[in-house]
Design a binder for this molecule. Structure first.
Ligand code: MOS
Length: 748
C-alpha cells in the first residue's frame, strides 16, 4: 500500500477533477430510488416509539405501562426497571466523539424530551399510542436554563478535545500599549441541526451480528462504539448508511435512541425500527450550544491590533461537557502580538450539545467579526481596510506559515464584485427605491483544513472499467460525486468507467464526513488506491515482452482514458483490458490510504479562507430586516467540483443568514421544554429570505495540505457571513447586535 502522501508533492489530477459534474446520486434521489434508513422494513419488524420526559429536571415517579401494554398491537415496554444490562455505561465517555447518552439508565430526568420508556408494537400507530398512554408522572425540580441560572464550571477541554484556554504574547502589555480598547459582549442561542431526514434506525440481530440501517457520518469508526454496548466485536456490527438527508454533525457517531433500538431488537428477537419525530430531534441528538462571548480588542493609532482577548461562556448539559469552542476562532484569524482565547462552562438542564456545522468557528467568528467592525468604527477605518491592516501573514496562534492563504485575493475579488468601494463610512446613509435603509457589512471566513484517516480500494476489471470502494458518507454535500471524480483520475479512467461503492461499514474505512475534511481524506485514499492499481498494471505491461510498452521506464508511462501510453510516443500504447487479458487477470486491486502525517500537520497552519459581503434592507418604521445580497469569495485549495463546491458555500452562507436573523431555540424556563421545537416555530431560511447570493472561488495552490491540494468547503461559508449581516444591519441602522438572532426589537 502506498504510504502517506509526502508533503510538497503535488500530484497531477486527471480531467475528471475540476468538472462541474452533477450529482451522481441525484437521479436516484429525485426518483425515489434512493433508500434512507427509515425506508427499510425487514420481515417481522416491530416499531419503536419512546415517550419523552415532560419536564426538564426531576424524576419519573410513575409510568402507566399497564395501559400501554393493554393497547392492541403493543408487545413490549422497556423502562428503567426492566431494561436489560448493557456492557457499556452510558454515563461514561467511551470516545472523544461519543457523548453520554440516555438509554433508560434511571428515572432521573436530565432534560425535557429525554427518553423515559420505549414502546414496541406491530404498527407505528400502536407504538405511538402506547407511548402516549404511558403518561409519565414526574416529580419536577426547578430547571436551570440560561446563563444567569446555569451552574458555572471550568472545563478540562472544549469542542473535541481542544484546550479551554490558549494565549500567546503579553496581553497586559498589549492593552497597555493600545490607543483604544473596544469591548463587546455577544450572545448566541441554542441552535439545532434540523436535518431534513429525521434520525432513524432499523436494527436487527443476525446470528450474533448487529445489522443496522442508520444515517451515519463515520460509518466504520462508529462500529466499536455500538459494539461496546453489546459486548460484541466491532466486526460484528454492520452499519448501512447509503443515503443521508443531512447530518451537519448530529449524525457523526451514535446517539441514545439508536442504542435503544438495538437493545429492543435483542430483547424481542425481532428487527426494530425507531424513527424520531421532528419534535424528538430537539433533545437527544445534539445541538449547537449557546454562548455568551466577551471580546476585548486593543488597537494602536494606525488601527493595528495590540491585544485581542476572547472569552466564551459556553452552555452544556448538567451531565456532560461538550463546550462550543467559540473563542478559538480568534486564534487564527487576525494578527495581534497578544491573543487570549478562553472558555468556561455553564450547566443547563438541556440535552448535551455537540458539533454542529462549523462548531466553534460559526459562533466565534460571529462575535469576532462584530467586534472587529466596532473596532474599525472606533479607529475611523473602513472595515475592509481595518482587516487588511490586521492581516495575519503567519498563523497568529503558532507563528507557523500558512500552507496557503489567498485571503487577500478573496477580499479584493469579493469587494470588487460587491461594489464595496462605494460604501459610505457612516451608518444610515443609503436608501433603496422603496425607501428602506440599506447597509453593507463584511466578515472574514475561516475554517481549518484537517484530515482524518481513510482507506480505499480500487479494482480494475477485465473490461477495463473499475470498482472503487470506501465507506464514505454523502449527507447531501456531494461527496460521492467529488470522490468518484478523484477516484477516476487516480485510475486514469473516465468517470463513466468507474463504479463507486460507498456508505457501508463492510467497505474500507472512509473516515469521517466532518470537519470539512472528507473530500481531502477519502479523496486521497481513493486517488492513491487508483494509482496503486495503475502502478501494478504498468509493471505488468513493461515487463511483458508482448506489450508495446515492454522495456519502458515506469515513470514514462501515462495512464489516461483506460489506456497506458508512452510519454511522447502515442504509438506505443495499449488498453488496460489488453494488459489484464494477457496477464490472465479478471481483476487487479489497488489499495490506498488518506491521512496527514504528524510532521506535515505540524509544519504549516492549514485553513480555508474567505470574505463575505452582505447587504441588508431595513424598514425604517418597522425595522424588518431583509438580506438583499450576499457575495462571498473563498479560497479553499483545489476545487474538485465547482458546481458542488458552490452549492456547499451557498449552503453555508444561508446557514449564516439563519444564524444572523432567524435561528433560536427557546426554552420555557419553568418546564425546561422547548417552546419552538419544530420547523414551524424554529425558523430556518427559505428561498424567499434571500434575494441574491454569489459564492466565488479564488484559485489557490496548496502543496502542503495533501497531494491533491484539496482543503474543504463544507463549513467555511457560515463563518464570516453571520458577522457580515450583523455589521450590515449596523450600517443600515446605527444599531449594534448584542445577541443573535438580530430581531426587530433589538433595533427599536
Ligand atoms: Mo461536522 S459539525 O464537522 O459534521
Amino acid at each position: 500500500m502506498p504510504d502517506d502522501f509526502a508533503p510538497a508533492s503535488h500530484v497531477r489530477l486527471g480531467s475528471n477533477s475540476g468538472q462541474p459534474q452533477t450529482r451522481l446520486d441525484g437521479l436516484a434521489k429525485i426518483t425515489g430510488q434512493a433508500t434512507y434508513a427509515a425506508d427499510n422494513a425487514p420481515e417481522g419488524m416491530l416499531w419503536a416509539v419512546y415517550a419523552g420526559a415532560p419536564a426538564g429536571r426531576g424524576r419519573v415517579a410513575s409510568l402507566d405501562t399497564g395501559a400501554a401494554l393493554a393497547h392492541p398491537g403493543v408487545v413490549h415496554v422497556i423502562t428503567p426497571q426492566n431494561r436489560a444490562e448493557l456492557q457499556q455505561d452510558p454515563d461514561a465517555r467511551a470516545h472523544v466523539f461519543a457523548w453520554k447518552i440516555d438509554i433508560l439508565q434511571s428515572e432521573t430526568i436530565r432534560y425535557a424530551g429525554a427518553p423515559v420508556a420505549l414502546v414496541l408494537a406491530e404498527t407505528l400507530e400502536a407504538a405511538t399510542e402506547g407511548a402516549r398512554l404511558l403518561a409519565p408522572e414526574v416529580e419536577p425540580l426547578p430547571v436551570r436554563i440560561g446563563f444567569d441560572d446555569g451552574e458555572p464550571f471550568e472545563a478540562a477541554t472544549v469542542g473535541i478535545g481542544a484546550n479551554p484556554a490558549t494565549s500567546v504574547g503579553d496581553l497586559e502589555a498589549g492593552f497597555a500599549a493600545a490607543e483604544r480598547i473596544t469591548e463587546v459582549e455577544i450572545e448566541t442561542p441554542p441552535q439545532y441541526h434540523n436535518a431534513m431526514e429525521p434520525h432513524a434506525i432499523v436494527a436487527q440481530w443476525q446470528d450474533g451480528r448487529l445489522v443496522i440501517d442508520t444515517p451515519n457520518q463515520a460509518i466504520v469508526m462508529s462500529r466499536p462504539l455500538f459494539a461496546e454496548y453489546f459486548g460484541i466485536a466491532p466486526e460484528d456490527v454492520h452499519i448501512r448508511s447509503p443515503y443521508l438527508g443531512g447530518g451537519f454533525g448530529s449524525k457523526a457517531i451514535l446517539n441514545g435512541p439508536q442504542i435503544l433500538a438495538c437493545l429492543a431488537a435483542r430483547e424481542t428477537g425481532r428487527p426494530v425500527k425507531l424513527v424520531l419525530s421532528r419534535a424528538q430531534m430537539y433533545g437527544p441528538v445534539g445541538h449547537r450550544g449557546a454562548t455568551r462571548q466577551t471580546l476585548r480588542l486593543g488597537t494602536d493609532a494606525e488601527g493595528r491590533l495590540t491585544a485581542l482577548a476572547h472569552h466564551s461562556v459556553s452552555a452544556t448539559s448538567s451531565f456532560d461537557d461538550f463546550l462550543e469552542p467559540a473563542a478559538n476562532a480568534s486564534l487564527n484569524t487576525y494578527a495581534s502580538p497578544a491573543i487570549s482565547a478562553s472558555h468556561s462552562g455553564s450547566r443547563w438542564d438541556i440535552g448535551t450539545p455537540g458539533p454542529m456545522r462549523a462548531p466553534g468557528e460559526a459562533t466565534g467568528s460571529a462575535a469576532l467579526e462584530c467586534a472587529m467592525d466596532e473596532a474599525a468604527e472606533a479607529a475611523g477605518l473602513d472595515p475592509l481596510e481595518f482587516r487588511l491592516r490586521n492581516y495575519a501573514e503567519t498563523d497568529p496562534a503558532t507563528g507557523r506559515a500558512f500552507s496557503s492563504k489567498a485571503l487577500r485575493e478573496c477580499y479584493r475579488l469579493g469587494a470588487e464584485r460587491f461594489g464595496w468601494a462605494g460604501r459610505p463610512m457612516a451608518p444610515g446613509q443609503m436608501r433603496d427605491a422603496k425607501g428602506r435603509l440599506l447597509g453593507w457589512g463584511m466578515g472574514t471566513s475561516l475554517f481549518p483544513a484537517p484530515m482524518s484517516q481513510a482507506l480505499a480500494r480500487a479494482t480494475l476489471r477485465a473490461d477495463g472499467s473499475a470498482l472503487v470502494e470506501t465507506a464514505a458518507a454523502d449527507m447531501g454535500q456531494g461527496a460521492w460525486t467529488a470522490l468518484a471524480q478523484i477516484a477516476a483520475d487516480g485510475l486514469g479512467l473516465d468517470l463513466a468507467q468507474v463504479e463507486f461503492r460507498s456508505g457501508d461499514s463492510e467497505l474500507p474505512d472512509g473516515g469521517v464526513a466532518g470537519g470539512s475534511g472528507h473530500t481531502a481524506t477519502a479523496g486521497s485514499a481513493l486517488f492513491s488506491a487508483g494509482q496503486d492499481a495503475v502502478a501494478q498494471l504498468v509493471r505488468l505491461a513493461v515487463e511483458d515482452p508482448a506489450s508495446p510498452l515492454h522495456g519502458a521506464g515506469n515513470q514514462a508511462v501515462r495512464a489516461q482514458g483506460g489506456r497506458l501510453m508512452l510519454e511522447g510516443d502515442p504509438s506505443r500504447s495499449e488498453s488496460y483490458a489488453a494488459v489484464l487479458a494477457r496477464a490472465g487477470l479478471e481483476t487487479l486491486a489497488g489499495n490506498g490510504r488518506g491521512a496527514r502525517s504528524p510532521e506535515a500537520a505540524g509544519a504549516h497552519a492549514m485553513f480555508s479562507h474567505g470574505a463575505v459581503f452582505a447587504e441588508v434592507a431595513v424598514d425604517p418604521d418597522l425595522f424588518q430586516i431583509r438580506v438583499t445580497r450576499l457575495v462571498g469569495a473563498f479560497a479553499a485549495g483545489r476545487i474538485i467540483n465547482p458546481r458542488l463546491a458552490e452549492s456547499q458555500l451557498f449552503g453555508g452562507m444561508v446557514w449564516g443568514l439563519g444564524f444572523a436573523l432567524q435561528e433560536e431555540a427557546v426554552h420555557d424556563r419553568r418546564s425546561g421544554r422547548l417552546v419552538n421545537g419544530d420547523l414551524a416555530g424554529y425558523h430556518v431560511p427559505v428561498n424567499a429570505d434571500l434575494a441574491s447570493i454569489e459564492a466565488l472561488t479564488v484559485p489557490e495552490e496548496d502543496p502542503f495540505v495533501n497531494a491533491l491540494g484539496v482543503k474543504g468547503v463544507g463549513e467555511l461559508g457560515i463563518t464570516g457571513t453571520v458577522g457580515a449581516i450583523a455589521n450590515a444591519v449596523w450600517h443600515a441602522t446605527g444599531r449594534r447586535a448584542r445577541r443573535f438572532p438580530v430581531m426587530i426589537e433589538d433595533l427599536l
